[in-house]
Write a protein that binds this ligand. Structure first.
Ligand code: SAH
Ligand code: MG
Length: 223
């Protein structure tokens, strides 16, 4: 969906909220237009979720953030902008063209010293991040079939109090569509949801933003 299509599909209340709380500024509008022109898929988060991620950065006092699934760097730009001067965002991206585009945009936005893309399939690059752990916040937004593994990795790279956010858990309605339950990405998301809901290491809920945004916090030892 293009930015323009997205805008026209907004309800009056969503439009009101964008105007008051989370409008893209000129730099983010340009990022999205250039991503579209470069042929990147229009599957980024929206400004609602961008602002929500910024709020989580502020609430958790995050300085060290990990993102899985960079695309054109739109969500990363929201996150990086909310970080303090010494804060760092590391973002993992399999597609080298997406990775290069995002890093270029972050440099253009003055976020080059804050935000870094690591190119490669995330399951291959996640193990290299062990020395960089723990992360204060982790945003999962890549291939849905791998969400259970990403969530396990996120917990491994976290500390008690780390916030983990997972985009698209509703799978455009498929999560609760009985006819879709055998699809591999639906099965993977069901496993992810079960883990979020019942793993004793986590306290979770889902914010019904756009395509469902799960938020979980890693518990301390005392529960
Ligand atoms: N977070 C971005 C959107 C990410 S879209 C935003 O909101 O702006 C999902 C991205 O994950 C795509 O760029 C895709 O290339 C990437 N991806 C898919 N499979 C991957 C994998 N195995 N490892 C790393 N990145 C992957
Ligand atoms: Mg997403």
């Amino acid at each position: 969906m293009s930015t323009l299509e997205q805008e026209t599909q907004l309800s009056p209340f969503q439009r009101y909220l964008r105007t008051h709380f989370h409008q893209d500024d000129a730099d983010l509008v340009q990022l999205q237009l250039e991503a579209q022109a470069a042929g990147l898929p229009a599957i980024s988060i929206g400004p609602e979720q961008g602002k929500f991620l910024q709020l989580l950065v502020a609430l958790t006092g995050a300085r060290h953030v990990l993102e899985i699934g960079t695309l054109g760097g739109y969500s990363g730009a929201w996150i990086a902008r909310a970080l303090p001067a010494a804060g760092r965002l590391i973002s993992l991206e399999m597609n080298p063209r997406h990775a290069a585009f995002a890093q270029g945009q972050w440099n253009r936005l003055g976020l080059g010293a804050t935000a870094t893309v690591i190119s490669g399939p995330a399951l291959a690059t996640l193990p290299t991040l062990t020395p960089a752990a723990p992360f204060d916040m982790i945003f999962i937004d890549a291939d849905k079939e791998t969400y259970p593994d990403y969530l396990e990795w996120a917990i491994r790279l976290a500390r008690p109090g780390t916030a983990i956010v997972l985009d698209n858990v509703e799978l455009h309605g498929r999560l609760v569509d009985q006819a879709a339950q055998d699809l591999p990405h639906v099965r993977a998301m069901q496993r992810t949801m079960t883990m979020l809901a019942s793993d004793p290491r986590l306290v979770s809920t889902v914010v019904p933003y756009v395509d469902g945004l799960a938020v979980t916090v890693v518990r301390g030892r005392e529960g």
